[in-house]
Design a protein around this ligand. Structure first.
Ligand code: NDP
Length: 334
């Protein structure tokens, strides 16, 4: 655990993201390691125990999860469950005295985000979001260009985050009770974030429209959403998110130039350009960088690059976008 200078992390929910991204990244991290697992699927438990050498005493299911409180090898719990389960397990983890990393979207409502933040405050544990891009050099370069006004004032920002979904109609992402919504909940947060770090401020108003072409597949979740954001200082922004098109891009237009990332939000390597030329960094696992940054936050007091308040802010914007759509595209002040 923490005494060895490495944070022990337990992954909750051994689905695609845990299996193919987080667990492999935890074999490369320097400040944290895979110390335990929480799964409802016994066959996964035995496979992970042998693959990663996890002793049975650090393996939990959803029923006995709270007994993780007595497990000193586990310092932090990483919630990688369907969206509507994030709040319950983040809160139970905090109540067990564990630091919390919560996948995006933070929950399915602002009220859930509030409850997670409160539980972590009361328990005195740290809370970080699984917003891997904040630990990633292309995104950090965009933030630097904005902060240093390399191309002058930003006037317009654009974020697109979308992929075509045609898979299993029974997947949880198409079930509103588990996902909380469709493209906006799943990918929209990336497009919103691109606009926010693309201009370095939070929006003050939003209007939005929803488009549907395959209602038989997207029964109760959104397929495509366009949203318009306004920011302090007259910056305007455009958000596109969809599960009926592919898009992966951010762009900012400034007084004396521009910058863009495309791709902007996948696992990388990302690619970027400015009006002066290419942006180039060596590729490293984003998940490795993200979890090491969180571990250094807990262990050394390094900055929390993606705090709970950021997840909550994005959920406020998501709720306002859904509200604007319900109210015919009306502009909603934030
Ligand atoms: P998966 O469907 O692949 O995995 C979810 C896992 O949650 C399941 O395998 C299962 O694990 C567990 N689970 C518990 N209850 C349920 C239930 N009722 N229905 C379905 N699964 C259940 O999802 P992902 O791994 O793709 O996504 C998980 C979370 O991670 C989501 O919130 C998603 O937004 C986020 N994510 C973030 C990414 C990023 O880049 N930051 C990328 C991908 C996902 P078990 O069998 O072990 O109990």
């Amino acid at each position: 655990g923490q005494e060895n200078g490495s944070l022990g992390i337990a992954l909750v929910g051994l689905g695609s993201y845990s299996t193919y991204q987080l667990a492999p990244a935890l074999q490369e991290t320097r400040h944290c390691h895979l110390a335990g697992i929480v799964t409802g699927t016994p066959s996964k438990a035995s496979r992970w125990m042998s693959q990663y050498g996890i002793p049975g005493e650090h393996v939990y299911n959803y029923e006995n999860f709270d007994s993780i409180a007595g497990d000193d090898a586990i310092d932090a719990v990483y919630v990688v469950l369907p969206n509507s389960m994030h709040a319950e397990y983040a809160i139970r983890a905090a109540q067990a005295g564990k630091h919390v990393i919560c996948e995006k979207p933070m929950g399915i409502s602002v009220a859930e985000c509030d409850a997670i933040i409160k539980a972590c405050e009361v328990a005195g544990v740290k809370l970080g979001m699984g917003y891997r891009l904040h630990s990633e050099p292309y995104t950090q370069e965009v933030k630097r260009l904005v902060r240093e006004k390399t191309f002058g004032e930003v006037r317009y920002v654009m974020g697109e985050a979308a992929y075509i979904s045609r898979g299993n109609p029974d997947q949880w992402r198409l079930d509103k009770a588990l996902s909380g919504g469709g493209a906006l909940m799943n990918m929209g947060v990336y497009a919103i974030q691109s606009c926010i770090y693309g201009c370095g401020r939070n929006p003050v108003a939003v209007s939005a429209q929803e488009f549907s072409t395959r209602p038989e597949y997207f029964k109760d979740t959104d397929e495509t959403i366009l949203a318009q954001l306004t920011f302090p200082g007259g910056v305007v922004g455009s958000v596109m998110t969809s599960h009926n098109a592919n898009a992966n891009r951010m762009y900012a237009s400034c007084d004396s130039g521009w910058f863009e990332l495309q791709p902007a939000n996948n696992y990388g390597p990302l690619s970027g350009r400015t009006s002066d030329g290419p942006i180039q960094f060596p590729h490293e696992s984003q998940q490795k960088l993200q979890m090491d940054d969180f571990a250094r936050h807990v262990l050394e007091g390094a900055p929390n690059l993606a705090p709970g308040e950021m997840g909550r802010r994005d959920m406020i914007i998501v709720e306002a976008i859904y509200r604007s759509i319900r109210e015919g595209g009306r502009t909603i002040p934030l």
